[in-house]
Design a binder for this molecule. Structure first.
Ligand SMILES: [Mn+2]
Length: 386
């Protein structure tokens, strides 16, 4: 069996004040061409289909269209909710879509049946493991005690494995942060407080594990446990990453061969470094100037309207830094990930507030844990509400 492993599409994402939907449509055309050329039997999308719980209508239309086109080709599709998705909304149409070979899972459930696809060598069992915070796992599995992300994953995988006969080929699809992984700026932390990491060992019995969450393509603890990485570059620290999808060949004996296939975006995301004079010189930057660019401007002196001047060169200037300039003014420096930084520091903000309110007391570890759990819970609720 041959299938395509992709993840973290983040349809409808806003990057540099711009909706990425048309760029996503462009690269998904490439992905559909790859599906055709490589003659894959199935496409696996390991979560973060959308960028937020209630995505823009254009993003939902795009997903709907991609599913229809894969279904027309008789390619099975398997997808799960990531931490950016609304679990309940991802579950929409589940039983109806199964009849068209589209298998999905938004909410975590105990005793969830695996999806079984057949090839000439027999069945392949797919465990669809959507992102679930420990609190959701406790609810679904009736666990009273507080558990970590790692303990939650252990329980979920044990349950999934109990549905798979011994000796058959199997694939896990999960959205999680595996210990040892390298993260990127465009990922939202799964948890603000405690450790959100899980051990790769949980997945050792699967022939292959298709992971989502980390946006850089990478292996995670073993050759057959992998992140495909995101569909596109969604932050400037990903400028050097290559984006694409993994073609996975699952042999009759359960061994896997995988090949990462790069997908070319409509606009690259890159960092350009130089002085204003250099950047204005023809041929200084031979790459397309309509790429999504951050300029690290090296001039030491003040430059009036630097942003406007650079935008004349780079129409899609998303950010500007002035590493050599002392008198940095806030309005000249664009900060595209402000909202993200806010989320990261919610716990820090509360710690500061607590210190002020108590005239100097620090949060104890236990209090910190409670606050972190509350913030995580609020985040989960926010995703599920309009
Ligand atoms: Mn993601």
């Amino acid at each position: 069996m041959r299938f395509l492993h992709t993840a973290d599409w983040h349809l409808g994402k806003l990057f540099g004040q711009r909706y990425m939907t048309s760029d996503q449509r462009y690269v998904l055309e490439e992905l559909l061409s790859l599906v055709k050329e490589a003659k894959v039997d199935a496409v696996v999308i390991a979560g973060d289909i959308y960028d937020r719980g209630v995505p823009p209508a254009e993003a939902v239309d795009l997903m709907s269209e991609v599913l229809a086109r894969l279904s027309e080709r008789k390619v099975s599709v398997l997808y799960i909710a990531g931490n950016h998705d609304s679990a309940s909304r991802i579950d929409f149409g589940r039983s109806v879509m199964e009849r068209s070979g589209v298998y999905l899972r938004g909410r975590i459930a105990k005793g969830a049946e695996p999806v079984v696809l057949e090839d000439d060598a027999g069945p392949v069992y797919f465990s669809l493991i959507p992102f679930a915070a420990p609190l959701d796992v406790r609810d679904a599995f009736g666990i009273e005690a507080s558990i970590s992300y790692d303990e939650a994953m252990e329980a979920v995988v044990a349950d999934a494995r109990s549905r798979i006969p011994a000796g058959v080929r199997s694939v896990a699809i999960a959205h999680a942060f595996l210990a040892g992984g390298r993260s990127s700026e465009s990922e939202r932390p799964l948890s603000v407080g405690g450790s959100d990491q899980v051990r790769p060992v949980h997945f050792k019995d699967y022939s292959y594990t298709a992971l989502g969450h980390l946006h850089g393509p990478q292996r995670a603890g073993a050759e057959n446990i992998r992140y495909s990485g995101s569909l596109l570059k969604y932050s400037f620290d990903e400028a050097k990453q290559q984006k694409g999808a993994i073609v996975v060949d699952l042999a009759a004996d359960g061994t896997v061969a995988q090949e990462f296939v790069p997908l070319a975006p409509r606009h690259d995301v890159r960092i350009v470094t130089g002085t204003l004079d250099e950047l204005r010189t023809d041929g200084f930057d031979p790459l397309p100037h309509d790429d999504y660019v951050r300029v690290d401007l090296l001039d030491k002196d003040t430059i009036l309207n630097a942003y406007d001047k650079l935008q004349a060169i780079y129409p899609n200037l998303f950010a500007l830094t002035r590493p050599n300039w002392k008198a940095k003014s806030a309005d000249e420096l664009a900060a595209p990930s402000q909202a993200q930084q806010k989320e990261r520091s919610a716990l820090t903000l509360f710690s500061d507030f607590f210190r002020d309110a108590t005239e100097g007391d620090e949060l104890s570890d236990e209090q910190r844990q409670v606050v972190a759990e509350c913030l995580d819970e609020m985040e989960c609720e926010r995703r599920e509400q309009p």
